[in-house]
Design a protein around this ligand. Sequence first.
Ligand code: PDD
Length: 298
Amino acid sequence: MPRIAFVNGRYVPHNDACVHIEDRGFQFADGVYEVVACINGKLADERGHLDRLERSLSELSIDMPVTRRSLQFIIREMLRRNRLKNANVYIQVTRGVAKRDFPFPHDVPASIVLTARAFQFDGNVKVQKGGEAITVPDIRWKRRDIKSTGLLAQVLAKQEAAESGAYEAWMVDDEGYITEGSSSNAWIVTKEGKLVTRPASTDILRGVTRTALEKICAELQMKIEERPFTVQEAYDAEEAFNTSAVALVVPITKIDGHVIGSGAPGPVARKLYGEYRAYAAGERGEPVAWVADLQEVA
Ligand code: PDD
């Protein structure tokens, strides 16, 4: 069975799927994306991801190319046609195809591409054993709250991580505080047992997974301290972990070679992973809405 992609209204064989050379996504990274997990046939946080997609697009004055209802249908159709129950669905939307010129083109429809990739959530070794992280300078632009397809800084960060045998790169701002992972939000648990993550602002992408965990933590009376933390605090932490739609909650057992806590996945990360899985399975009430709710929008 050939893998199927969705490109501008058509379901096409993945290997033949292509966009025009003058698509602004290709020419300028003038577009945004979302990644939605499907776990055991159930979409995790679909609502939050579509909320954030709409907000990323509106910040860039790009119109949604299809209605939310149609997009929900296309996501399901992609899973059905690719016969996937455990997968990550990628949604890419760009400003469309136009003669190369920097300002926005007029009356050009946005381009939309969906791909789906199998992913085994159960028994994920990274979740069970944890992964290592390195720290790198955060060299990204200043609107990290928008889920832009302009990912060059993250590509370089991940490559550096891969070359040093690490799984993720935690990015560090000019003041020495961690912003986030190259494709995840960064959290620590202090020796005093405090859960710390950076406040949502234009400095980071406000994760949909993180937003759900905020609700879960509130229900469990686990207080989250939203504040920036330094690299040294991360080295000294009892636990460290990442959250994202792809990996959900991944314990970080070493940062820059420093062993974190016991060097094994900690109880807080394990608990939150289990709680998020229950939430994604629909066992913890309604899916949460995603709201920008930023501290300092530029
Ligand atoms: N990345 N921060 C960054 C920079 C990210 O790229 C991501 C997600 C997150 C976590 O957001 P969420 O919980 O909504 O997935 C935070 C996706 C998975 C990716 O680029 O593949």
